[in-house]
Design a protein around this ligand. Sequence first.
Ligand SMILES: [Zn+2]
Ligand SMILES: [Zn+2]
Length: 381
Amino acid sequence: MTAEPIVVWSEAITEYDFGPSHPLTPRRFGPGIELMRGVGATRFLEPPIATDEELRRLHQARYIRQVRSFSDDAWQPAAMGIGTADCPSFHGMHEASARVAGGSITSVRQVLAGAADHVFDPGGGLHHAMADRASGFCIYNDVALAVAEARDAGHRVLYVDLDVHHGDGTQALFWDDPQVLTLSIHETGRSLFPGTGDLDEAGGPDARGSAVNVPLEAYTGDTGWLAALDTVLPALAETFQPTFLVTQHGCDSHAFDPLAHLRITTRAYARATRLLDQVAHTWCEGRWVATGGGGYDAYRVVPRSWALVWLAQAHREIPDETPLAWRERWTDEATRFGQSPLPVQLLDPPDLAARERPEVVDRARRTAERALEQTTRLLEG
Ligand SMILES: [Zn+2]
Ligand SMILES: [Zn+2]
């Protein structure tokens, strides 16, 4: 099938909003969605609000009740990870969070129904949420719910998490599930939230080898990050033989991002998204749902990262430049938030990446090799 990929999005997604001083800002959707349209996206689908029954597939009933309680009355003491600095409560937070979840679930249903091979849900990717706890800006784990939807339709699901932070919530929710393999490539927990994601986290007793972690040191840069991904991803897909691909495209690994230190550029994102497209077609008959994720440079980074996901899913060439009209539209706002000038090139200049030292690139590749060896041994053993 060659139908245009579907983008799951509506203005209501911007209601997922922790307030003006929180780093995860819905302001990213304005320039983000408009740049996707600018590079050619025309096919959009509104995300529905997930039902409690759908949320209960992975979240505990008492947690959903707690989120609903905060949703009605935001002024209560912190509980179950909500009301904290990372996840402040806000009026309507249940509906807003359940809509993000509904977007990711519906993305999988679109693929299962044959409406498109590839679907992108830029508002999704809230990978830190646990069964009974909010964490790291995430209330309901929409992307894990997407994985569960595909799994319960009988698929073997490969989950690839590119966010700079370890995909701890998704890993925990499928820890002992041999039908789901979670791969997270991230900045090491020694220097970054949530502190987990070490090599030795490999899955529960009934699913040894089904969690794969590639922790990278700060300032790894494009070459090391891509070497790690190239080492682990195609080989892992061959060993696990997935039939459905779900991916998380947090772009907080970027050199401009204020919260982390991997110093990746959009050049590496472009290569990564093409690699994922190949995995989808080689193993999954094209079945691929991508989500957004972290990303706190809302103007210079997030829109280009999303556009590159869409371009890979649409099998289109990457244009050299961002549209002039897009830059003109968002320059004032970007300047107001200290994120200008808006990039002219879709792909960053190579010198934006970390000054890459060969030994760092080597260590990244070796970490990926160790992760792969361990997983292969556990899956085949
Ligand atoms: Zn494709
Ligand atoms: Zn992140």
